[in-house]
Design a protein. Structure first.
Length: 111
């Protein structure tokens, strides 16, 4: 079940590049790019580097360690990498930004 969480301090986050962001009991990465938020995995699947240290270009996030690139819409790694990251949906509604995360049974019970 998808649960939408409000992105707190959205105006601040828009100016921060890639940030780690705690939401729904998880830590994810979030960035503002071309007038929308993108939310994705905290760690690179290649060797676990924090993606907050990377950068975005041409619709991809680039890991700073070994330059693996991941599409910000599909999460797919570049050809030959054979890996991917999780992408979390975002939306803008009633003057607020939201990120959607799948919630498990226990999270639903105690939220
Ligand atoms: S750890 Fe990210 S590319 Fe190697």
């Amino acid at each position: 079940m998808l649960h939408w969480y409000k992105i707190e301090q959205a105006e601040f986050l828009k100016k921060q590049g890639i940030s780690e962001y705690k939401v729904g009991g998880r830590v994810i990465c979030i960035t503002w790019l071309e007038d929308q938020f993108y939310a994705f995995s905290r760690k690179c699947p290649h060797a676990g580097a924090p993606l907050k240290n990377g950068w975005c270009e041409h619709g991809k996030v680039i890991c700073s360690f070994h330059r693996h690139a991941f599409d910000l819409t599909s999460g797919r790694g570049d050809p030959g990498q054979h890996n991917f990251i999780s992408i979390y949906p975002t939306k803008y509604e009633e003057n607020e930004y939201y990120v959607g995360l799948e919630t498990g049974f226990w999270q639903r019970l105690f939220s």
